[in-house]
Design a protein around this ligand. Structure first.
Ligand SMILES: *Cc1c(COP(=O)(O)O)cnc(C)c1O
Length: 429
């Protein structure tokens, strides 16, 4: 090959060549992944990166648990390395075993299903309603069998689910446990109490895209002393996060902040080009195939708890902001003739996102959101992060949500909000 030809090919493949050379990923981290990270969080991460001695200090974790329980109005709280680990501990604490059945919304994250199936517990999908995307009580009634031991309900997008009190009452009457998936709804309230304090055991997530952010993290809470004792046992017998993993999580805080929130483009690009491969993958490929990932199943360690304490001190402010933005989205929906979600009477949602139903082609290709509304569209749940299509047979509303539900961000910078949401008049439907 002539030298000129080689140069031409090299030039054509420059990006890929460098990528292969450095084994780096050039894609940009979603801004939805680090909305609540600020300079103070970065300082905490840097402090722990400098000094590894207190990484396994249990006191910091206990302090986070006490503070979380106090803030949440829960009697007991136990911290884990992820929401899925907190769910796993909850399932053990309830004593669910092989052969039991649990009813789970047919519209959820694949890692929820994995926890049950890994333990040989049969997942029966209940359909959702399309007002808050929660379990539909009428569908649940038709799906219980003599093997049903628990119902997992969720408060998706931070909305309090429509059939909340009926699902709890129904479970009490029939002797099922209620597990609350509060991964999206940390801080949401129903009748003056936080969601997650009504069920038998509940779990929260501080994964990067959730209400509060420690990159990865989870908490299980309960009001029941016996269940608490078992949660504690599971926690004590759980593994510690490896120091490599903790380092990666701490670096992810710094990288995510500088990549997404830093005003200067050059800094942001440098972080993106050279440090992307140091970011934690919060859900790994195996999990999409139904395999439980072991390093997601540990107890929480001190640096994560320290980040959690700091995030907890800001969570109410962020949630207030989200509510304000949601009411603007509500107005926007009205002006566009789009149906927004239901706010259940007596509830105060947190609106992690603002979900709406759009025609299927607008979910498949969401360039319109960037171009016409100027926002990054979220799409829980679709494709590989959702149980495969076959699994939701008998859940027609879940099918509709998979094809048509998209969500708008509720933390935006002022410019993009005023400039794009209220000024523009795009018809979504
Ligand atoms: C993210 C999520 C989980 C799991 O939380 P992790 O902290 O990521 O393990 C569970 N349920 C729902 C609905 C989620 O979105």
């Amino acid at each position: 090959m002539s030298r000129l030809g080689f140069a031409a090919i090299l030039a054509l493949n420059l990006k890929n060549s460098i990528k292969r050379f450095l084994h780096r990923d050039f894609s940009r981290l979603s801004p939805l992944s680090c909305q609540t990270l600020d300079v103070d969080d970065v300082l905490i991460a840097k402090k722990y990166l400098k000094n590894k001695l207190p990484w396994y200090d249990a006191d910091t974790v206990r302090k986070f648990e006490r503070e979380f329980a106090r803030w949440n109005g829960s009697r007991h709280a136990y911290a884990f390395s992820s929401g899925r680990a907190a769910l796993n501990a909850s399932v053990h604490a309830l004593g669910l075993t092989r052969g039991d059945e649990v009813i789970v919304p047919g519209y959820t994250c694949v890692v929820v299903r994995n926890v049950f199936e890994n333990l040989g517990i049969k997942v029966i999908y209940g359909d959702i309603e399309l007002e808050t995307y929660g379990l539909d009580i009428n569908d649940v009634r038709g799906k219980v069998t003599y093997k049903t031991k628990a119902i997992l309900l969720h408060h998706l997008y931070g909305l309090v689910c429509r059939d909340y009190s009926e699902l709890i009452d129904f479970s009490r009457e029939n002797g099922f446990f209620v597990i609350e998936d509060c991964a999206h709804s940390t801080g949401a309230e129903y009748k003056g109490k936080k969601v997650g304090t009504y069920g038998d055991v509940s779990f929260y997530s501080s994964e990067m895209s959730k209400v509060f952010n420690t990159v990865m993290g989870g908490v299980a809470v309960t009001e029941n002393n016996k269940i608490a004792l078992r949660l504690k046992e599971v926690q004590e017998s759980s593994c510690e996060l490896s120091s490599e993993r903790i380092e990666k999580i701490l670096k992810s805080v710094v990288i995510a902040f500088y990549q997404v929130k830093k005003v200067r483009q050059l800094t942001s690009d440098l972080y993106r080009f050279f440090l992307n491969s140091d970011l934690v993958e919060t859900t790994v490929h195996d999990e999409l195939e139904g395999i439980v990932s072991q390093h997601g199943m540990c107890k929480m360690s001190a640096p994560i708890a320290a980040l959690g304490l700091n995030q907890l001190s800001k969570i109410d402010d962020y949630n207030r902001k989200r509510l304000e933005t949601a009411s603007l989205w509500g107005e926007w929906c009205k002006s566009q003739g789009v149906r927004g979600p239901l706010v259940v009477q007596g509830s105060r949602p947190v609106f992690l996102r603002y979900p709406v139903l759009v025609p299927p082609e607008k979910k498949e290709n969401h360039l319109w959101a960037k171009q016409d509304v100027g926002i990054q569209l979220g799409e829980w749940f679709v494709g590989s992060l959702h149980p495969l299509r076959g699994c939701v047979a008998g859940c027609p509303n879940a099918e509709i949500a998979i094809k048509q539900c998209v969500n708008f961000p509720t933390i935006l910078n002022e410019k993009s909000f005023v400039g794009s949401v209220l000024m523009r008049t795009t018809v979504v439907s």
